[in-house]
Design a protein around this ligand. Structure first.
Ligand SMILES: Nc1ncnc2c1ncn2[C@@H]1O[C@H](COP(=O)(O)OP(=O)(O)OP(=O)(O)O)[C@@H](O)[C@H]1O
Length: 239
């Protein structure tokens, strides 16, 4: 059974269709790349999947359960969680406490939450910063902190929204390796990313959105060779 089924999802803001009749499915353990030009509707689709917006039409099934109408915390509890393009850590709290907030979605024990948070800081290689204030971290480490915080909620499906945005090549490479490590551990992931080389490397399949609609879907090689995709990205580097 597919872990995620997006069925004919549309989202309207007044007269604007930010998502229009989008359908695709994801199998457990895969990485799905979600790409498209600016304003294509990628973040809106994340919001519709994870309960931040109710879809105007269509439905989202996670592990066969209908997500429409659920709140983000309920969706998180069922095992699906997203990161944000613009990371906003709890600036005046330590790095460890930030990650404990994620862990507390699953436990009421501070001791257990601390243990889970330390494990996740180790996964993202931020363990040496556990006592630092989150607000003082540089952007590369803030992004890792955001990933640790959502990992601490123990998701089965993780949605990453431009987690490499604003990072230098070395920091991006660290995130790529992290995403690949998480896949090895069996975590299913959907990744929005503008860095085409990165998305081609990590994705098992890719969905392309354009003006709210699904323009194409396939393995990376099919997407690179798709004329419609190339023309949607005219002027942007696809390979
Ligand atoms: N809350 C909102 N109210 C009104 N319009 C919105 C809202 N959120 C998004 N939009 C519009 O919906 C369209 C899709 O936006 P969205 O942010 O989903 O695109 P995107 O593909 O994630 O873009 P980017 O790559 O620039 O982040 C845009 O035209 C945007 O202005």
């Amino acid at each position: 059974m597919a872990i995620l089924e997006i069925k004919h999802v549309s989202k309207f803001f007044g007269g604007l269709a930010a998502n229009s009749d989008v359908s695709f499915t994801m199998e457990k353990g895969m990485i799905m790349g979600l790409i498209g030009p600016n304003g294509a509707g990628k973040t809106t689709l994340f919001n519709c999947i994870t309960g931040f917006y109710p879809p105007s039409k269509g439905e989202v099934l996670f592990k066969g359960v209908r997500m429409n109408g659920l709140q983000p915390n309920q969706v998180c509890h069922l095992g699906m969680v997203r990161t944000w393009q613009k990371v906003r850590p709890l600036a005046k709290m330590t790095v460890l406490d930030n990650v404990m907030v994620g862990a507390l979605a699953r436990t009421t024990s501070l001791r257990v939450a601390r243990q889970v948070a330390l494990e996740q800081l180790h996964v993202v290689k931020l363990e040496r910063k556990e006592a630092f204030l989150a607000g003082g971290l540089p952007i590369g480490e803030r992004k890792k902190l955001e990933v640790a915080r959502v990992l601490a909620t123990k998701p089965e499906l993780l949605l990453l929204d431009e987690v490499m945005g604003g990072l230098n090549p070395a920091e991006s490479e660290e995130i790529i390796q992290l995403i690949l490590e998480l896949r090895k551990g069996g975590l299913t992931q959907m990744v929005i990313e503008h860095d085409m080389k990165a998305i081609m490397r990590i994705s098992d399949r890719i969905v392309v959105l354009n003006s709210g609609e699904k323009l194409a879907e396939g393995v990376p090689q099919e997407i690179v060779n798709n004329k419609d995709v190339v023309s949607a990205y005219l002027g942007e580097e696809v390979e």
